[in-house]
Design a binder for this molecule. Structure first.
Ligand SMILES: NCCCC(=O)O
Length: 829
């Protein structure tokens, strides 16, 4: 019996098999895969096997692209034919808005290099006459994807893994994990078998390893609980039905090739051919989450009963779209659990708070994702970093505040959203409001239209009462655009107040704190009372986290990071601090996010407003440049509220962040609003802020800054100290400059701004893409931040940006096109 492996993969579905294969391919041949039943016996066996390219997320698009290309190579390597039918993928649109959605998606496809074509209704009809097209606007067509046999592709990957040295052991149940020194002990149980028959009784044994990777599908919550984690990976019932043969389809097929997989997103279904009939896969409303409290042990390769009523609408719409299907009876049905997460993306990466333990859970597109997920996760484990930015899939993007009830609500919503029109300005509605700052009700009464960051409600913009945000959403300038424009102007001309309570805040203190942060980040640490913007790097030298560090005392720091990244940053700092305590001394890392509310006041009038409420011997001088210089931090008192005031403003105007005890937020809000009345203080939201920061070329973590660019590529040289040593420095230098971040002013269409994913072209060559986009009130045109080939990153360079299939002029401008000398930020008074 095997007692040790370098890596143990738990779960023998498509994802687990792919991970084992890719770990071995990466050189970790001492990998063991454990499966409690037979390979594929979880969700894999009842998956429909679709391999769609279409996905709005970059990381997921890369992953799907890898899978599709990889599956095409498997037969040659393993001799097993996985049944890949490269029939293509026709995604139909019933409305202009849907075509707009496809055009935005096409930006992702174009920048990743995924082939696609546009089709008119007539072209569809000509090629596939069984499809009704008179109510269609058009379609996007991917010729290179299709579908595969899920069980066969899993077996092929498993065979490939074995050929590369992986051992696969079936019928082994993992009951727990214990950390022993630097190792994991995997506690296993096996049913005693003889000659293929269970003969009763159980065998218990342990396997030790360096790394554990779990791909346990519907069992994800139980698996995570074994290492004291909660992850919101919970299955939702998904049904699909198979019809009897369609005589008209059979007739058609005598002369023609198979139909592509047909997707009528507006009708919320896919349809593909299956043995002369059709498979219909609906993504209907009201599909229930299941196994909220775990999968019963009795549920093995089982299914739920079909609920035909729930999918009646989608069934009828298939008949509308393919009239010949009306006469086909129902031959078979599947209603099985498919794992979801609150945002519909899988969880691929480190387990929060746990060393050398990796999740590959929550896959709702498991067959399409398996190949790429295995490949990039193996890179992450064996090389320390993947070549794509995996942040949007990182398990730590979800906070520790989530629970089963939340997951059930959101995962049902994610299921329903598979085919819903995804406006880039969409805000999903379920499980809200949940995390609210105290001023939420006041903001709401003032017209706030909220978005969500890590569950926190945060105003996107303020509109008159009765304004319908949902109806205002668009791929172009939505109904909210005018309010964001007014807010952005108010900040440039007067003053605006933003709620930034969602920011992640940590206290890092102790005798080892200074040496630790100095090693963790690439900029010089600030002096006491000052702040610095700085970056934590990955081992590949790319940007892992953006930190605003306030030094409050010699060994005491207040560290502010992105609101979306609380668990991600906490996990990173805690794990790294634990490793460095021996070298540096005691380091305390405490998440204080929920203790501090944050307002940001910005604009030329912001000082005048604060003067009215500051408790100081001389309010007129307390906030001057001398008393309170730019990039410094101080404790001040505003009314009765003790405030950590930080002189920065993400909008690029004179301003302060006011970090205050969260329980005093309403008092502070009322004070600010009253004092601001005569100065025209305007409540503002994240949309205006996002536009304003682009005028200053302030990069946003998560879109402009991520694990695929070094700070030097991101043009952040002024925040990079070349003299000191820090994590990732050498790798950053070795990487060189593969692409360069630039700001562009864009003469786009009259009714739209870029969203930050559009392709950039030089002539007809794609040379980069936008990572942010919006509108500039200072220049009266669209603006964007993006990455281009380094030799083209010259001020004045004229490029084209593709929006809605058309090319528009874009020009690279000097960084910080608004107030390049920072005069307004430094304004005295
Ligand atoms: N399991 C994914 C089904 C949705 C789609 O292929 O469009």
């Amino acid at each position: 019996m095997r007692t040790h492996a370098r890596a143990v993969v738990v779960g023998g579905g498509a994802v687990g098999a792919s991970i084992a294969y890719h770990m071995a391919k990466a050189g970790w041949t001492d990998t063991l895969l454990l499966e409690r039943d037979e390979l594929t016996s979880g969700s894999t066996w009842h998956a429909a096997g679709l391999l769609p390219y279409f996905n709005m997320s970059y990381a997921t698009t890369w992953i799907h692209d890898y899978s599709i290309k990889f599956y095409k190579t498997l037969e040659e390597e393993t001799g097993l034919n996985a049944g890949f039918s490269v029939v293509g993928n026709l995604r139909m649109a019933q409305s202009k808005a849907r075509m707009d959605e496809y055009m935005l998606y096409a930006s992702t496809a174009e920048s990743v290099g995924v082939p696609f074509e546009w089709m008119t209704p007539d072209q569809i009809k000509e090629r596939w006459p069984l499809v009704r097209t008179e109510d269609l606007e058009g379609a996007i067509y991917h010729p290179t994807d299709g579908y595969i046999n899920p069980a066969d592709v899993t077996q092929a990957m498993a065979k490939g893994a074995r050929q590369r040295g992986v051992e696969i052991i079936r019928k082994v149940q993992v009951d727990g994990f214990t950390r022993r020194g630097d190792e994991w002990v995997v506690h296993c149980r096996r049913m005693v078998e003889k000659g293929g028959n269970l003969i009763g009784g159980e065998e218990y044994f342990d396997i030790t390893c360096e790394h554990v990777i779990t791909a346990t599908g519907n069992h994800a919550q139980r698996t995570a609980a074994m290492v004291n984690c909660y992850i919101p990976a919970m299955p939702v019932e998904h049904q699909f039905i198979v019809t009897e043969e369609d005589p008209m389809l059979q007739e058609y097929r005598k002369q023609n090739a198979e139909h592509p997989v047909l997707r009528d997103a507006d009708a919320k279904w896919y349809v593909r051919e299956e043995r002369g009939g059709w498979i219909l896969g609906p993504y209907e409303r009201n599909a229930p989450a299941c196994f909220k409290h775990g999968v019963p042990d009795s549920f093995r390769a089982d299914l739920f009963p079909l609920d035909l009523e729930r999918i009646e609408e989608e069934y009828m719409s298939m008949i509308h779209r393919i009239p010949s299907s009306e006469n086909c009876g129902l031959k078979d049905d599947f209603n099985g659990p498919i794992c979801y997460t609150p945002d519909g993306n899988p969880l691929i990466g480190p387990a929060p708070g746990v060393e050398n333990f990796w999740f590959a859970e929550g896959f709702s597109f498991g067959i399409t994702a398996a190949g790429g997920a295995g490949h990039y996760l193996a890179q992450l484990i064996t090389e320390g970093e993947a070549e794509i930015d995996m942040w949007s899939l990182d398990p730590r993007r979800f906070g520790a505040w989530m629970n089963r009830e939340y997951a059930a609500e959101k995962n049902e919503e994610a299921y329903e959203h598979v085919y819903i029109l995804h406006h880039p300005d969409e805000e999903r509605e379920r499980a809200r409001p949940l995390r609210t700052a105290p001023s939420y009700d006041r903001m709401k009464a003032a017209g706030a239209q909220f978005g969500q960051v890590n569950g926190w409600e945060r105003p996107n913009y303020f509109a008159p009462q009765g304004f319908d945000d949902h109806a205002s959403r668009s791929f172009r300038r939505g109904g909210w655009w005018q309010y964001a424009e007014a807010e952005a102007k108010a900040v440039r001309e007067g003053a605006g107040l933003f709620d930034a309570t969602a920011f992640t805040k940590h206290r890092v203190a102790g005798p080892g704190a200074t040496a630790f942060l100095d090693w963790l980040t690439c900029n010089k640490l600030p002096k006491i009372g000052r702040i610095n913007l700085t970056y934590g790097l990955t081992d590949a030298g790319t940007i892992r986290t953006e930190f605003t560090i306030v030094r409050e005392a010699e060994d005491e720091y207040y560290v502010v990071t992105a609101g979306a990244a609380t668990a991600y940053d906490h996990d990173y700092m805690v794990k790294e601090a634990a490793k460095k305590r021996e070298d540096f001394g005691w380091i305390e890392v405490q998440d204080v996010t929920t203790q501090w509310g944050v307002f940001a006041i910005a604009g030329p009038k912001s000082r005048d407003i604060l003067k009215e409420i500051i408790s100081a011997a001389d309010p007129d001088t307390a906030l001057t440049n001398k008393a309170f210089p730019w990039l410094s931090a101080k404790r001040i008192d505003l009314g009765m509220v003790p405030v950590k005031a930080i002189r920065v403003a993400y909008t690029g105007e004179l301003g302060w962040e006011l970090h205050h005890p969260i329980e005093m937020q309403n008092h502070l809000f009322d004070l600010l609003m009253k004092a601001g009345e005569k100065h025209g203080l305007k409540l503002c939201g994240a949309r205006a802020q996002n536009w304003l920061r682009q005028e200053k070329s302030y990069r946003a973590f998560g879109s402009d800054l991520g694990r695929d660019a070094t700070p030097l590529e991101a043009g952040l040289d002024r925040f990079v100290d070349m003299d000191k040593d820090y994590r990732g420095k050498q790798a950053m230098l070795d990487t060189g400059i593969r692409a360069k971040c630039v700001t562009l002013l864009i003469d786009g269409p009259a009714d739209a701004d870029p969203w930050g994913r559009e392709a950039l072209l030089d002539g007809d060559q794609m040379i980069g893409r936008l990572t942010s986009g919006g509108y500039s009130v200072a220049f009266g045109k669209s603006i964007g931040i993006g990455y281009v080939k380094p030799d083209l990153a010259e001020v004045g360079k004229k490029l084209k940006v593709r929006m809605f299939r058309e090319l528009y002029d874009a020009e690279i401008v000097e960084d910080s096109p608004y107030d390049p000398k920072n005069e307004t930020i430094r304004a005295n008074g």
